[in-house]
Design a protein around this ligand. Structure first.
Ligand code: NIG
Ligand code: FE
Length: 399
């Protein structure tokens, strides 16, 4: 069955050849034809081929489905008091991760599944049609495997993060924990994961420990990604580049050598503005990375500690206001950038042959994502060809 989405006032394709010559490849008065789960045509509405069904988007803007390449969704527990304490001046130390670990270990599977279901529904309503999901709040062999099994019910982009922090019971023997993570825990988790990740930061894992875990994961066929530069400069970014990681995430504190290494590599720098917002830390300098020639992605980093948001629009607005990105660069970063960070070539653009992931905005231009911060502009989502209505019309219940 083919569907023609037409009367699109402004269509972002991310195909420079198809549109106005900019990286966003913007078309006006455009249409898209979808066959099942696949885009089969995109171009000027006046030239659109016939289709079985016709859907008018009434002059609204449409953009590619958002690709959220960094999230920690499998958890239990509640940390709003920690957020409130930070808002009163207490610094973020990542120490709260252990609070979530205790609650997650104690939670039944149904509760964890329900939590991921709720957050992934929020993400879909926010326009996210591809998402990555990490383990990292279990930190035992069984709890990490359980987290990845649950994540795998919602996305193929599952990431093994046994090296999130050293759990309290290993505090005096961290080498044993690293051996567990790159040994028996990896054996249990690798069948359920596509990626391996490490939190490479003071207070978590140093560069040697990170390398040991990432190389073990890579030897098991997992793709490499890394958390680095969140709290201070370190060796993580260059380690990520050396290991040809798909992405290095946070990048808040970078040396000139880090920026040069990223620009000369195919490792994506993924910025997480929700973290800087929530932890009151300095903003990552996205402008510096883009000017140097690095590929930049933006993601929510949805997690209960440092960034409890599922809103891509919010992240776009923050990146435009605080990270030096233009609205066009920020949109590119949450679509094509996210796809690059997951090494996906089937999503992130509106091009024939790619998966039919589209977001309709209740706005005439994608610029409104930053221009109207905090407003839920996503009114319809097409995910792998399936159409979801999102916007809610207020109902007058009075006389
Ligand atoms: O990406 N940086 C490490 N991990 C998460 C924070 C997790 C937490 O505080 O629970 C992050 O920001
Ligand atoms: Fe993270």
């Amino acid at each position: 069955m083919t569907v023609l989405y037409t009367d699109i006032g402004e269509l972002v394709t991310n195909d420079p050849a198809a549109g106005d010559g900019t990286p966003l490849g913007v078309l006006h008065d455009a249409a898209v034809v979808v066959d099942g789960a696949t885009i089969v045509w995109a171009g000027p509405a006046a030239h659109a081929p016939a289709a079985d069904h016709r859907v008018s988007w009434d002059g609204d803007a449409a953009v590619p489905g958002f690709v959220d390449s960094h999230a920690h969704l499998v958890f239990a527990g509640e940390r709003s008091a920690e957020f409130a304490a930070r808002a009163s001046g207490r610094p973020y130390t990542a120490g709260g991760i252990r609070t979530t670990v205790a609650a997650t270990r104690a939670a039944g599977e149904d509760r964890l599944v329900a939590g991921v279901a709720r957050l992934t529904q929020e993400m879909l309503a926010a326009g996210i049609t591809t998402l990555e999901c990490k383990s990292g709040y279990g930190l035992t062999v069984d709890d990490e495997r359980r987290a990845l099994e649950i994540a795998g019910r919602f996305t193929p982009e599952t990431t093994y993060l046994g090296a999130h922090v050293v759990p309290a019971e290993y505090a005096e023997r961290r080498d044993d924990y690293v051996d567990l993570v790159r040994g028996p825990m990896l054996d249990a988790c690798a069948p359920h994961a596509r990626w391996v990740d490490v939190f490479c930061e003071r207070g978590a894992f140093d560069a040697d420990e990170s390398r040991a875990v990432l190389e073990a994961g890579a030897a098991r066929g997992l793709g490499v990604r890394l958390h680095a530069g969140q709290l201070e400069q370190g060796d993580g970014v260059r380690l990520a580049v050396e290991l040809d990681a798909a992405s290095v995430d946070h990048c808040t504190f970078l040396s000139d050598a880090d920026v040069e290494a990223l620009a000369a590599s195919r490792t994506v720098a993924t910025l997480l503005p929700g973290v800087e917002f929530s932890t009151r830390t300095p903003w990552a300098d996205g402008r510096r990375l883009l000017d140097a020639g690095a590929t930049v992605a933006l993601a929510t980093d949805c997690n209960p500690g440092s960034s409890f948001t599922t809103s891509t629009g919010f992240c776009v607005a923050l990146a435009v206001r605080h990270m030096g990105l233009s609205p066009a660069e920020a949109l590119h970063a949450v679509t094509a950038g996210g796809a690059a960070a997951l090494r996906r070539t089937d999503v992130g653009a509106v091009v024939p042959g790619l998966r039919a992931d589209l977001v309709r905005l209740a706005a005439p231009s994608y610029v409104h994502l930053a221009y109207r911060p905090g407003v839920p502009l996503v009114s319809e989502v097409v995910a792998a060809g399936v159409r979801y209505a999102v916007g809610q019309r207020p109902v007058c219940a009075g006389p």
